[in-house]
Ligand binder design. Structure first.
Ligand SMILES: C[S@@+](CC[C@H](N)C(=O)[O-])C[C@H]1O[C@@H](n2cnc3c(N)ncnc32)[C@H](O)[C@@H]1O
Ligand code: SF4
Length: 436
């Protein structure tokens, strides 16, 4: 924790923590655990669905996702077939049969890379296979240059409530240096089209620390974004990962003038401060929302961060079902072959112990900036202050934690570096090991 927190330069490695225990502890040997979980009697509770679309027009230089750039149209069609076939396999399992979905998330890669006909076939096919009667939220991620009015109207008609537009920045220089196809005009146009289509929520993703970004151009991006009045703004801090084009360039001797971690924290902090001045409320380490009284994020905050069941479809997608983590095959060939053979395409899995389930929720909910002590007492029978006395004391000493009566709350500085703090809450056997 100390090194990550104090680390001044942006060196290669993982920063963002999306799950616990680390993915490197999930193994093929535990695949039978997820197979067993799918044969349990059906349970009550929230059920979410993630659908992964691993295609993009270009591979952006900073991106850490495993994506396929410019696939042939036939490959995308075949992939949509596999997704639908995969959901049919789930719908047949005892623990899933008859359950209703609550929230759906189509992410990537770039879901908006699909053509309108592919989007329609996918959403209609998903809805034929599992009940959407209880779906209160359906998110669809879009890369702005691939957005059309026709696609957005189809999404709206087929039950998408929330679109997430990946702006990253509106600075022409930074967009270009990031190898991104998107231009600022695409972002503004996509936003207008999404508003016209009447979605309940529009989220805009911004990314602090891209090559070529300056503090002045970043502030301009924030102000232009606020002028659009999105319902939610997500602000991430750039990670330089092993699999990114930026890292490959660095290895070839090309100097990357990436801002340091303290600079990125400062930029993200400025973004939040500007958003607050404009009436937004900070809802997590990455999100500011325009109307905190009505805002909900059923899939991520209420579902995933609170241990809900999550079925995941697609190449390398990861899910969580009845206390078991799993991840799908991570090549397109393996994934489609397994599904074509009538098998759920698992690559690795991990059944969580009771202690791991508890810590997972602590780690994920700390991303909201606060832990509700009564929730943990009632769900896990654990008093957080007794479970983590030295961790909380360390955070308090560093002024990363506020002193509150019923809630454990991070200060703004703590929230802005939350992913660097989370490993403190890992079990000792998970400290210092590879994350992915
Ligand atoms: C799947 S992408 C969003 C949709 C679409 N592909 C796009 O780029 O517009 C999800 C988000 O992850 C974030 N992201 C990608 N690479 C990142 C990196 N190296 N560090 C931090 N965040 C990153 C970006 O903010 C991006 O919008
Ligand atoms: S940032 Fe988005 S568009 Fe760019 S490669 Fe990653 S997933 Fe694709």
């Amino acid at each position: 924790m100390e090194t990550a927190l104090l680390q001044a330069e942006t060196t290669v490695g993982n920063y963002f923590i999306s799950n616990y225990p680390p993915y490197s502890t999930w193994t093929p040997e535990e695949i039978p655990r997820i197979e067993d979980a799918l044969e349990l009697p059906p349970a009550q509770g929230s059920l979410c669905l993630y659908v992964h679309i691993p295609f993009c027009q270009e591979r952006c230089a900073y991106c850490y996702f495993r994506v396929h750039a410019r696939p042939a149209a036939g490959d995308v069609d075949r992939y949509v077939d596999s997704l639908l076939e995969e959901l049919s396999l789930y719908a047949d399992r005892k623990a899933v049969r008859g359950r209703r979905l609550n929230a759906v998330y189509l992410g990537g890669g770039t879901p908006s890379y699909l053509s309108q006909a592919q989007v329609e076939r996918l959403l209609e096919g998903l809805q034929e296979r599992l009940s959407w009667d209880g779906v209160v939220e359906c998110t669809f991620e879009c890369e702005p240059s691939s957005v059309t009015a026709g696609k957005l109207k189809a999404l709206r008609r087929l039950g998408v409530t929330r679109v997430s537009l990946g702006f990253q920045t509106l600075s022409p220089g930074a967009l270009e240096r990031s190898g991104r196809r998107t231009r600022s005009e695409h972002c503004l146009r996509a936003f207008r089209l999404a508003r016209d289509a009447g979605f309940e929520e529009i989220n805009v993703d911004l990314l602090a620390g891209l090559p070529g970004e300056t503090e002045a151009s970043w502030l301009e991006t924030i102000r232009s974004t606020i002028a659009l009045a999105p319902d939610c703004v997500s602000v991430y801090q750039l990670e330089l990962t092993y699999n990114s084009v930026l890292r490959a360039r660095e290895l070839e001797g090309e100097l990357q003038d990436l801002p340091s971690w303290p600079a990125k924290r400062r930029w993200a902090g400025k973004a939040f401060a500007e958003l607050e001045d404009a009436g937004y409320a900070v809802a997590s380490g990455y999100m500011a929302v325009r109307d905190p009284r009505t805002w909900r994020f059923v899939y991520t905050v209420e579902g995933f961060w609170h241990g809900a069941d999550l079925l995941a479809l697609g190449e390398s997608a990861f899910g969580h079902f009845r206390g078991v983590h799993y991840q799908n095959a991570d090549t397109l060939e393996d994934y489609t072959e397994l599904v074509a053979g009538g098998r759920l395409p698992f690559r690795r899995a991990h059944r969580l112990t009771g202690e791991e389930r508890f810590r997972r929720e602590v780690i994920l909910q700390l991303k909201t900036g606060a832990l509700d002590e009564a929730y943990f007492r009632s769900k896990f029978g654990v008093d957080l202050r007794e479970a983590f006395p030295s961790e909380l004391e360390t955070l308090r000493r560093r002024q990363l934690l506020e002193t509150c009566v019923d809630t454990i709350r991070l200060t703004r500085e703590g929230l802005l570096s939350v992913d660097a703090l989370l490993p403190m809450f890992y079990l000792p056997r998970h400290q210092g090991i590879r994350y992915t």
